[in-house]
Design a protein around this ligand. Structure first.
Ligand code: GLU
Length: 387
């Protein structure tokens, strides 16, 4: 008999965002019309100039092994981006290019955690944080956000203990779309500095904020403790380049050194031509980002208008990212059951709140074309009505 498989991986769940999306895409491939509001992935194509970037990269021979931490030219461009957009000063030595933000986060947890260390995670949270922390040997310490979906100061203070090593901040937030206020981030930063915590800030949705909302990275308020701040970002969302898998970590040189050790053994460099494309969009992709932002804002308004007609749900309108996190607890407490039936009966794919640590909720991504949003949200409303 084969030896029993029982390890860190057998104790975690597969990513539900990916699972639902894969199931929806399978149905679509079999010819079924599905309204796929599950995965957070812009539906439009990457900037057209990326085609030339790829050809240029190919002709330059960027088809070979590169440095595990990434091409110095891209890393340099990332330092410029961080200065320009966020007022953060970093050198090339402070940057690790990773296979998407996902690997940036995972490598970060591996680099900073010891067995049993706790990481504060605010709920609802993005599905992979908790599982990645567990994979790295740590323990997620879940802290509920306040009624406005911002990190709660009082609860945070109570949660910090002798095992607390780090905290993760994500604004604009996945799954809620909340953008944390300057004042709240400053208050948190003060507390984190006082307790000597590592602060990981996942800023991947920074460019997708709506109306007059202003984005702040908590890193801006932690300059006094720069050594303990890790900024995570990438090109997936703002530039509609999810499949390129280019993310990065900006952090203290020592941490980047540890990430280098890990990457040099586990993955090596990120795809060479993708890195050239990333460098190009960081340099000249602003116009594309602004166009995308405006499209998403219009879609957010469209979905909000349609959801207003649904009297059985509650939600706070998102200020950023591309998700509505909807309270369906009056209709059904079991979010997986709700989403399963919604997909079966109406062919509308959504992610159950339980994946984000909050039952009785469902996440709808509005990174989809308007006609699908219109038809799909109407179906969602009808489904809620008759449930
Ligand atoms: N981050 C996106 C989401 O939450 C993409 C899928 C994933 O990586 O989880 O839908």
């Amino acid at each position: 008999m084969a030896k029993k498989l029982d390890n860190r991986i057998t104790k975690i769940a597969a990513s539900q965002t990916i699972e639902v999306d894969t199931a929806a895409k399978k149905l679509i491939a079999s010819g079924v019309k599905v309204y796929n509001f599950s995965c957070g992935e812009p539906d439009f194509a990457a900037p057209a100039f990326v085609r030339q970037s790829l050809v240029k990269a190919f002709n330059q021979g960027k088809t070979k092994y590169g440095a595990s931490l990434g091409d110095p030219v891209l890393r340099e461009e990332i330092t410029r981006k961080l200065k320009r957009d966020n007022g953060l000063s970093y050198n090339v030595d402070n940057i690790a290019v990773t296979n998407g933000c996902k690997q940036a986060l995972y490598n970060t947890f591996c680099a900073i955690l010891n067995e049993g260390d706790e990481v504060i995670v605010y709920s609802p949270f993005w599905v992979s944080y908790t599982e990645q922390i567990k994979l790295a040997g740590g323990r997620p310490r879940i802290v509920r956000t306040d009624k406005n979906l911002e990190p709660d100061i009082q609860r945070t203070r109570q949660a910090i203990g002798s095992r607390t090593k780090a905290v993760i901040i994500n604004s604009a937030n996945n799954p809620t779309g909340m953008v944390y206020s300057r004042q709240r981030l400053q208050e948190l930063a003060k507390m984190f500095i006082q307790h000597d915590l590592y602060v990981i800030t996942d800023d991947v949705y920074e460019k997708l904020v709506y109306d007059n909302t202003k984005f702040y990275s908590i890193a801006q308020f932690m300059k006094a403790a720069k050594k303990r701040v890790l900024v995570i970002n990438g090109i997936s969302k703002a530039y509609a380049m999810t499949g390129f898998r280019v993310g990065y970590v900006a952090a203290d040189k020592e941490i980047i050194g540890l990430i280098n050790r890990l990457q040099s053994h586990s993955t090596g460099n990120v795809c060479g031509v993708a890195q050239v494309a990333a460098e190009d969009v960081l340099r000249r992709g602003d116009e594309f980002v602004e166009q995308g932002r405006q499209i998403f804002q219009k879609r957010r308004d469209l979905v909000a208008g349609l959801l207003k007609q649904n009297k059985r749900i509650k939600y706070i309108e998102p200020q950023g990212a591309f998700y509505f996190f909807i309270d369906i607890s009056e209709i059904e407490k079991d979010s997986s059951k709700f989403c399963q039936q919604l997909l079966e009966q109406e062919k509308v794919a959504t992610v159950p709140g339980v994946a984000f640590g909050q039952e009785g909720h469902v996440r709808i991504s509005f990174a989809n074309k308007e006609s699908d949003l219109r038809a799909g949200i109407k179906k969602f409303n009808l489904f809620c009505k008759r449930y």
